[in-house]
Design a binder for this molecule. Structure first.
Ligand SMILES: Nc1nc2c(c(=O)[nH]1)N[C@@H](CN(C=O)c1ccc(C(=O)N[C@@H](CCC(=O)O)C(=O)O)cc1)CN2
Length: 282
C-alpha cells in the first residue's frame, strides 16, 4: 500500500484564503483590521525564519503585523513590561512570544503574563483549562492544524483509537484533549512508555510529536492507519520528521510529509485564531 499524502501546504493555503475573506468582512463591519503582535528574543535562526513567515502571512491575510525583536540578553522584567503594554493596546488582538526563549528568561512567567483573551498561541493555563473542560478559548495552533488535516481523511473521528507520542504542553497534551473532544480513545505515550511499538500498532491514528528524528518505524504502523508527523528535526540528512516516512508511507493509509505537512498549518491556524480574537473583541 502507498499512503495518500495529506498536503498541509494546500490545506493551509485554503484556510489562509478563508481567513483573508473573514478579515475583509471584519474590516468592513468593525472599521479596523485585526492586529497580531509577535515577540522574538535573540538570534535563533529557525525562530527568525518562523517569525518572518508569520509576519508575511499576517500581512497577506490583510491583518496588521506588529513585530518586536529584542536582543538575546533581554531580561524577564523587560519582556513582562512589553507583554503588559501589548495586553493594554486596543490595536493588538493577538500576542505571540516565539519559543524557545533564551535560557535565562522565565518562560512560564512570560506566558502567564499574556492576557488569555489575546493568547492566540493558546499556551496560557486559562486556555489549557478551557480546552480541557470544553469551554471556548484559544487552541494551540499545531494541534489545531493536526485535527484539521486528520478531518480531511476522517471527517468523523468518533470511536477511533489514537496514540499521541509526546506529552508537551504545546502539542502532546492539547492534541490529546482535542482528540478526546472528537470522541477518539486516546493513548498518550512518551519516553517512559513501555512497548511503544505495540501502542502505536494498536492505533488507527498516530500523532508523532516527540522531537526524535524517525523514531516511529514503518513496522510500528497498523496497515491503513493515518499518520500525522509533527516533528521538525534538522539533521545532516536535512529536515526530517519523527516518523520514518519512507517506510511508514508504504504501510499507512494516509500520512503528512515533512516539510509541507503540519508546519504550514501551524501558521494558518495562528491567523485563524487572530481573526477569531478580533471578532470576539469587536
Ligand atoms: N510561540 C510559538 N513558538 C513556537 C511554535 C508556536 O506554535 N508558537 N511552534 C514552533 C515553531 N513554529 C511556529 O512558531 C513553526 C515551525 C515550523 C513551521 C513550518 O512551516 N515548517 C516548514 C519547514 C520550514 C523549515 O525549513 O524550517 C514545514 O514543516 O513545511 C512553521 C511554524 C516552535 N515555536
Amino acid at each position: 500500500m502507498t499512503a495518500t499524502i495529506i498536503d498541509g501546504k494546500a490545506i493551509a493555503a485554503d484556510l489562509r484564503a478563508r481567513v483573508a475573506e473573514g478579515v475583509a468582512a471584519f474590516r468592513q463591519s468593525a472599521g479596523r483590521v485585526p492586529g497580531l503582535a509577535v515577540v522574538l528574543v535573540g538570534e535563533d535562526p529557525a525562530s527568525a525564519v518562523y517569525v518572518r513567515s508569520k509576519g508575511r502571512a499576517t500581512r497577506e491575510a490583510g491583518m496588521e503585523s506588529i513585530e518586536h525583536r529584542l536582543p538575546a540578553d533581554t531580561d524577564t522584567e523587560t519582556l513582562l513590561a512589553l507583554v503588559r503594554s501589548l495586553n493594554a493596546d486596543p490595536a493588538v488582538d493577538g500576542i505571540l512570544v516565539q519559543l524557545p526563549l533564551p535560557k535565562p528568561v522565565d518562560t512560564q512567567a512570560v506566558l502567564l503574563a499574556i492576557d488569555p483573551d489575546k493568547d492566540v498561541d493558546g499556551f496560557h493555563p486559562v486556555n489549557a483549562g478551557r480546552l480541557a473542560t470544553g469551554m471556548p478559548g484559544f487552541v494551540p495552533c499545531t494541534p489545531l492544524g493536526c485535527v484539521m488535516m486528520l478531518k480531511t481523511v476522517h471527517p468523523d473521528l468518533t470511536g477511533m483509537d489514537a496514540v499521541v507520542v509526546g506529552r508537551s504542553n504545546i502539542v502532546g497534551k492539547p492534541m490529546a484533549q482535542l482528540l478526546i473532544a472528537e470522541s477518539c480513545t486516546v493513548t498518550v505515550a512518551h519516553s517512559r512508555t513501555r512497548d511503544l511499538p505495540a501502542k502505536v500498532r494498536a492505533a488507527d491514528v498516530v500523532i508523532a510529536a516527540v522531537g526524535i528524528p524517525a523514531l516511529v518505524k514503518g513496522d510500528w504502523i497498523r496497515p491503513g492507519a493515518t499518520v500525522i508527523d509533527v516533528g521538525i528535526n534538522r539533521t545532516e540528512a536535512g529536515l526530517v520528521g519523527d516518523v520514518d516516512y519512507a517506510a511508514a508511507s508504504q504501510v499507512a493509509g494516509a500520512i503528512t510529509p515533512v516539510p509541507g505537512g503540519v508546519g504550514p498549518m501551524t501558521i494558518a491556524c495562528l491567523l485563524s485564531n487572530t481573526l477569531d480574537s478580533a471578532r470576539r473583541r469587536g
